[in-house]
Design a protein around this ligand. Structure first.
Ligand code: SF4
Ligand code: SF4
Length: 434
């Protein structure tokens, strides 16, 4: 299937071109201008992008996602901008162009950074896309369901409507049903666990699994109704005020309980935002360490505080969530957890920092109109898994899992998807037998 990006999102919303330009001008300082100047138009990024590879549409070449910012840069900020403008070499951007670019900036970029690792100039296109999304939102553009998810996070506490009351109800239900202690709103705790609403609403077993693992290792931890949502749809949607609010909530909750560590659950973007952008969004240093659940569990395993029975039921392979491995730096921890545990573990090709995205990162999972292109992208993942011969795919991101579950159903694929925390919790060796 070939997807024509300009046809994904036609609608009649009014577009404020001037607001978009003003926002881009404001964001064009520092590294973004340097990236725009650095691109040598070599095109090497094209084959690194799953959207380009899945559709073979040249418009999905990652460097083209620099276009909106580049056009504004040439006209107002680049050397001799005034002269270029006067000579007609730097035309103003138009409403039609903004509409045409919108699917390129939202629907077909998962901010996975695979293009960056092949780019000879190391241009972080994902960061330019994130900034450009802010300008599109200022103009009144952006996928309505993604924008609504961000507003839900601000107004209700989470994109899927997990208010503090819903959180308390679901925690009580999960604790009772599974006979596991899930502390909520302890006065003091060393560790604050956060959750993604995808887990809470669609994969609650992974919340139970995290509780079992932390309890088994004797960790002093809690969830907090002041700050529980790990995902940050403010960043994904281009709504900077909501991005800051989400980080503030977690910081407030961690400070209230005195937590020195905040554990991010199975969610890649949640980890990337809080760990690498959290302090900038908050406007001060984070008063705690941020770790992904796989990093935290790997550390507990290293310390001998968690032990697992070997898992030999079937061969498994591992899907690296982009924000945890390539952008996150925690590539080795999932493997350390699987090492000596999954007795028939098979790496995909390519793997680790070069692994292909699931197709649903960067908020693309939340865009209903992007479902078809997501499924096409998922065929790359299917081929990767099938080449290993493993019947099951383990991962550490609920957003990847939801993306893959939906594509798996749409494409009638028969492989099993497994959460790493659920697999580990199901095979825990009780402390008295370890
Ligand atoms: S690989 Fe880098 S330098 Fe080459 S076209 Fe892509 S973004 Fe530009
Ligand atoms: S960040 Fe990922 S999805 Fe976005 S352009 Fe680069 S390779 Fe494609």
């Amino acid at each position: 299937m070939t997807v024509a990006p300009g046809t994904i999102a036609p609608d009649n919303r009014p577009v404020n071109v001037e607001a978009a330009v003003t926002k881009m001008e404001a964001l064009l300082g520092g590294h973004i201008a340097a990236y725009l100047d650095a691109c040598v138009h070599c095109g090497q990024c094209a084959q690194a992008c799953h959207f380009h590879e899945a559709t073979q549409d040249p418009r999905h070449t990652p460097a083209l996602k620099l276009q909106p910012m580049t056009r504004v840069y040439r006209r107002s900020k680049s050397p001799f901008a005034g002269l270029k403008k006067a000579l007609g070499l730097a035309p103003a951007i138009t409403e039609a162009e903004l509409r045409d670019w919108e699917p390129l900036i939202f629907d077909t970029c998962t901010m996975c950074a695979r293009c960056t690792i092949v780019c000879p100039m190391a241009i972080d296109i994902a960061s330019v896309v994130a900034a450009t999304r802010q300008a599109f939102v200022a103009a009144g553009l952006g996928p309505p369901d993604l924008l609504q998810a961000a507003d839900n996070a601000r107004d209700k506490g989470s994109p899927l409507g997990v208010t503090p009351e819903v959180l308390a109800d679901r925690v009580e239900w999960l604790a009772d049903d599974n006979e596991v202690e899930i502390p909520l709103d302890k006065e003091k705790a060393e560790v604050l666990l956060t959750v993604s609403s995808i887990e809470m609403m669609k994969y609650p077993d992974s919340v139970v699994a995290m509780a079992k693992l932390l309890n088994a290792a004797g960790i002093d931890w809690t969830l907090s109704s002041k700050g529980y949502e790990a995902t940050n749809f403010g960043v994904l949607s281009g709504k900077g005020d909501i991005a800051k609010t989400m980080v503030e909530r977690i910081a407030t909750a961690a400070e209230a309980v005195g937590a020195r560590t905040v554990v991010v659950p199975e969610c890649g973007h949640a980890y990337g935002v809080l760990r690498w952008s959290g302090a900038n969004l908050l406007g001060r240093a984070l008063p705690f360490e941020v770790v992904h659940i796989t990093e935290y569990l790997a550390d507990l395993k290293r310390q001998g505080r968690l032990k697992f029975k070997p898992y030999s039921e079937q061969a498994v392979t591992y899907h690296d969530p982009c924000q945890i491995s390539r952008r996150g730096g925690a590539t080795a921890d999932a493997r350390y957890l699987l090492d000596g545990f999954a007795t028939d573990f098979r790496e995909m090709t390519p793997t680790g920092n070069y692994n292909w995205c699931c197709g649903g990162g960067g908020g693309v999972q939340a865009m209903g109109r992007a479902a078809d292109v997501r499924h096409e992208v998922f065929r790359i993942k299917m081929a990767q898994v099938e080449a290993t011969g493993a019947p099951a795919l383990v991962s550490a991101c609920a957003n990847c899992r939801l993306t893959m579950d939906e594509s798996k159903a749409a494409l009638k694929w028969d492989k099993e998807l497994i959460s790493i925390v659920e697999l580990l919790a199901d095979n825990l060796v009780p402390a008295d037998k370890g």
